[in-house]
Design a protein around this ligand. Structure first.
Ligand SMILES: Cc1cc2nc3c(=O)[nH]c(=O)nc-3n(C[C@H](O)[C@H](O)[C@H](O)COP(=O)(O)O)c2cc1C
Length: 328
């Protein structure tokens, strides 16, 4: 790459979105580093930079508290910050320039960061050095627990959402909620692309969900019961898991999906026939390589008692959180 085009790329820097320049973010800065405390998300992150190197980390409260805006040497600050969890690395040297996203979520964890991009090289094209770094960071990258939650309810503040909110308040690590009624995810059209090829021909939000499914530690399916089943849109999203079925049964290939734990949360206005929706939820879980499934938590009679006021259900949510958070 010529010096001029490298310079041009360097100038293409990501700016801090306006909403993050508001008060939720508290910064400390020094020569060659910047750290941020996100008080809304209880998250500590930091970047370090020096000639040719740029790194992004998730740090903890202890590291953040030791960082000093005044009178701290670059080396001391870098030494503290780089004990954190590495999220992103960019190197622009004479012989090699590359960017490595060590955690694909780096932009959402660190939206304030002035991420520097250099060679635009990714995993498949890494240099030997980058491969070595990527491998040595693998454990680090994987240590943060990830939970994927499918929300099958159309109601933005309904019974399902109230229980999901209670659960996410108790979960360690990070989570992603897939909103079956509001996300841009089409149902499977049985085009049979996946009979022959991996992945799915429909290029919508499900592509990102596939990546999360393959990488995450836990899956939760939370849905109202409609006509003694999961809701229609939840089944639409679930139909897109057909690609995993086809890979095993038609193409005879194992998809690399991390084995995971799971939980099912159901709410119903009536007297509670959960057998069918629970069985369907378990089938979907199995397609996502989730076999260790916690006992179902449900709230019935929501026509009279909102799920969040149902003590049995909220206690069940606490047990699910404990189960998903545990390392066993
Ligand atoms: C179309 C439709 C079908 C339903 N079918 C059932 C059912 O079979 N069994 C049941 O217990 N509740 C049924 N309900 C009630 C919902 O499951 C209940 O109101 C639930 O608490 C809604 O959850 P949400 O607020 O998270 O959307 C149905 C509701 C609708 C709109």
């Amino acid at each position: 790459m010529s010096t001029a085009s490298r310079k041009k790329k360097k100038e293409k820097r990501i700016r801090i979105p306006a909403e993050y320049t508001e008060s939720a973010l508290h910064f400390k800065t020094g020569p060659g580093w910047k750290a941020c405390y996100d008080s809304e998300r209880e998250l500590y992150t930091a970047e370090t930079f020096e000639a040719g190197y740029y790194d992004l980390y998730e740090i903890n409260e202890e590291i953040f508290s030791k960082l000093k805006t005044k009178g701290m040497e670059r080396r001391e600050a870098h030494g503290l910050i780089n004990t954190g969890r590495h999220l992103y690395k960019s190197v622009s040297g004479c012989n090699s320039s590359y960017d490595i996203a060590l955690d694909k979520e780096y932009m959402s964890l660190c939206p304030w960061a002035d991420v520097q991009k250099t060679g635009e090289m990714w995993e498949s094209e890494l240099t030997d050095l980058a491969v070595a770094i990527f491998e040595s960071e693998k454990q680090n990258r994987e240590q943060r627990m990830k939970t994927l939650i499918f929300n099958g309810s159309p109601r933005v503040a309904g019974d399902t959402v109230s229980l999901i909110d209670r659960l996410t308040g108790l979960l360690d690590g990070e989570y992603k909620v897939v909103d079956a009624y509001r996300s841009n995810i089409s149902p499977c059209m049985d085009c049979r692309y996946c009979w022959k090829k991996p992945g799915c021909a429909i290029k919508d939000e499900m592509q990102e969900v596939y990546r999360y499914i393959e990488d995450c530690d836990n899956i939760v399916i939370a849905s109202p019961i409609y006509f003694s089943e999961l809701t229609g849109k939840m089944l639409d999203v679930g139909s897109r898991l057909q690609t995993y079925f086809c890979s095993r049964f038609f193409r005879k290939e194992e998809v690399s999906i991390k084995p995971k734990k799971g939980a099912v949360i159901l709410v119903g206005g009536g007297d509670g026939h959960i057998e069918k929706p629970y069985e369907t939820a378990c089938t979907l879980m199995h397609h996502m390589n989730c076999h260790n499934i916690y006992e179902v938590v449900c709230s019935f009679n929501t026509n009279k008692v909102p799920a969040i006021e149902d003590k049995k259900a909220t206690e069940g949510i606490e047990r699910i959180a404990k189960f998903l958070n545990s390392k066993e």
